[in-house]
Design a protein around this ligand. Structure first.
Ligand code: PHE
Length: 340
């Protein structure tokens, strides 16, 4: 019986060595170790053995069984790693192939312009403040010297949430919030960028747009300071050869008030289509902060004075980049946006 077992072991070992697929090995396992396998068959005959022989042959048979199991297992592993190696050899990487292009985003032109405006004023010593987009009637109008029924409210028709709460129509209410918080401290030197809302919608007006408010309160601030500040800003923003023009205007919260134009960036002042042949382009409203506004917020208009201005960011972006329709800025068309 021992010889029989040795023969089976020899055969099975050889078959294992020659097997080239996992399937073949599975067959070998069944053929020798399976229920009807050769080894199993031999073990069935153990009953006929004598009491001395049985444990000896039993032990030997078990050794053969374990050995075979191990041989099969080892060969399976060998075949697996061989297959992997072949695959790696087949899948060589062509390093000359072009890579996958990564499309990087960029800042929206409005954000770029806003960043530039902020940068210019911060380098002049201004700090940045923000106020709420949903504002009280009091801050948006009343405290800016625009009482209920004042005709100036008509220019800024808004979106009302209730009688006393609305989407702010300009960034000027931030002036009031800052004055109230700071009075009587000096100096106040702030810019306040943000979204504003009006009932307007055409090629040059959007119901939502951006403004940057600027204001400075201190002792002995003059209209000349306002003009110098704006000229500095305009030349940094639009080029050193820009001129500005101040036209008398009216805002209830400034006195005197002025509308500010820059010499046309297309024709340099000689007159063209962009400036409607005037040579000038309007960019902002401004003036000396009204004494009543100072008084209402805790400053003494006899002791301090200041100026304020408010500019439209979309308008500045359109002028700077020659954009002819404001709505391009809000369409989110990558073909347009990728130009900036
Ligand atoms: N808030 C004004 C507007 O939106 C602009 C402005 C700001 C005018 C500050 C004067 C001073 O029209």
């Amino acid at each position: 019986m021992k010889e029989q077992l040795q023969k089976i072991a020899g055969e099975a070992e050889l078959a294992c060595k020659n097997a080239s697929t996992q399937e073949e090995l599975e067959n070998i396992r069944v053929r020798y170790l399976g229920k009807k396998g050769a080894l199993t068959q031999v073990l069935r005959g153990m009953g006929k053995l004598s009491a001395e022989e049985r444990p000896v042959i039993g032990k030997f048979a078990n050794e053969v069984k374990e050995m075979l199991e191990q041989k099969i297992e080892t060969r399976v592993r060998e075949l697996k790693s061989l297959a992997k190696e072949m695959q790696i050899k087949k899948e060589t990487i062509d390093v000359t192939l072009p890579g996958v292009r990564f499309i990087a985003g960029r800042k929206h032109p409005l954000t770029q312009v806003l960043d530039e405006i902020k940068h210019i004023f911060v380098t002049m010593g201004y700090s940045v403040a923000e106020g709420p987009e949903i504002e009280l009637d009091y801050y948006n109008f009343e405290a800016l010297n625009i009482p209920k029924n004042h005709p100036a409210r008509d220019m800024q028709d808004s979106f009302y949430i209730s009688d006393e709460v609305l989407l702010r129509t300009h960034t000027s209410p931030v002036q009031i919030r800052v004055y109230e918080a700071m009075a009587p401290k000096l100096p106040v030197k702030i810019i306040a960028p943000g979204k504003v809302f009006r009932r307007d919608d055409d090629a040059t007006h959007s119901p939502m747009f951006h403004q940057v408010e600027g204001f400075l309160i201190d002792e002995h601030v003059t209209f000349g300071d306002l003009k110098g500040t704006l000229l500095t800003f305009v030349r940094k923003m639009f080029g050193a050869d820009r001129e500005i023009r101040l036209r008398p205007s009216y805002f209830p919260f400034t006195e005197p008030s002025a509308e500010v134009d820059i010499s046309c960036i297309m024709c340099n002042g000689s007159g063209c289509r962009v400036c409607s042949n005037t040579g000038w382009l309007e960019i902002l409203g401004s003036g000396m902060v009204h004494p009543r506004v100072l008084e209402m917020t805790g400053y003494d208009p006899e002791q301090v004075s200041g100026f304020a201005f408010g500019m439209g960011v979309e308008r500045i972006a359109m002028l700077k980049y020659g954009i002819d329709d404001l709505r391009h800025l809000f369409d989110n068309d990558v073909r347009f946006l990728s130009q900036f």
